[in-house]
Design a protein around this ligand. Sequence first.
Ligand code: GLN
Length: 481
Amino acid sequence: MAFSTFADARTALENNETSCEALVSSFLDRIASENPRLNAFLFVDQEGAPARARELDQRRAAGEHLPLAGLVLGVKDNICIKDWQATCGSHILEGFTSLYDATAVQKLVDAGAIVIGKTNCDAFGMGSSNENSYFGPVKNPLDEAYVSGGSSGGSAAAVAAGLCHAALGSDTGGSIRQPASFCGVVGLKPTYGRVSRYGLVAYASSFDCIGSIGHSVHDMAEVLEAMAGVDRWDATSAPVDVPEYTPALTGDVRGVRIGLPEEYFADGLDEGIRSVIQNAINALEQAGATIKPVTMPHTPYGVATYYVLATAEASSNLARFDGVRYGYRADLSKLGRSASLTDLYVESRTEGFGDEVKRRIMLGTYVLSSGYYDAYYGKAQRVRTLIRSDFDRAFEDVDMLLTPAAPTPPFKLGEKTDDPLAMYLGDIYTVTANLAGVPGLVVPAGAHPTQPQFSVGLQLLGRPFEEAQLLRVGDAVMKLV
Ligand code: GLN
């Protein structure tokens, strides 16, 4: 028995009812039986994880106390771990191994975490269903005919299927929160700059955040506490003190002012999701929270703004994959003539990138091109500021916002692969937090009325660096519903 939450596992460790080695071995057994179907892990550290667990058991026996000793962790395959693969879900990075550890991983390992493997994802974090992974889609453990969500679908599915206690993901426009919602688990995207991005392969640098997925808000509070903080290797990491988060989890929501942005409850929201979210709102109100309607007038421009700015940044960030420095290099002998440097770039990128990544590089290059820069990129930057000011204004009246995480329940594998725009529109409730840089927490809020195999994800969006408030209310929601 591996225990679903880390907190339970730690209690068992403290009572000598289990060991880190036993925890790892039971997760490895489950991975062996479930992963061939789910495809959540791309790499499993079969030898290293048990060895690390034995080392931690010895250190525990010697009286050493590490806060996260025995936390078995999956890490999205766009986050670097020294000497391990980091494919980012793309063919172009197949065969590449990292030269260093991401700061977030290093800090968690220092606190006692055991990394058990690397999780599947949409290529470079581009997608909402995990169907853009070169290594195949991830199935939703709640119903395997359905997508896991994305882009951190492997991390969400691994947690939901009980293959690890928690997993790291990255969230550029919802990639932690949406798959957490689809798989019925907890997902936390911290404030931009709260966690170092050092060692996270860049998709859109002014949006990217490392965050976590797990079974309980309490576990997420502890993971955040261990990995947050300023880092000399990431100039955008914020020099803001990291509080202890678990004392915030009192279950008490009296006096908390929660805003309901009317634009997030407009037409197009699935009625089953609406009713589950409404139940949670009623429960919070009964528990003493104050619920207020608010308006966020620029919300309808969120998806368009995100897809202009994120693709612009991606087209620049992904220029480094040239067939020379990293991973995949095309075999040029097939050209049947002497090859140029341009041939090397063109062939390696043509064969190495998938369709969605190419679509975004082209879109991003277009919006940055001299004739269109002002009309698209410049305009989108200005709308980004307006979206940020919607949040600032709302936070003058309320402490946080409550919204659905996604407008629809999970969809079937293959259902939206031919319609990228429909896929993009599903990101409507999550992209705004990344545009504004604010933290977001998604918790399961109850079974969907007509598709009861799935639970509905409830999203809380907070003021920058006030993750503690979100964790308090998110924890309360899970206890109330
Ligand atoms: N689904 C969004 C996209 O496709 C968000 C991705 C992310 O957060 N990495 O870009």
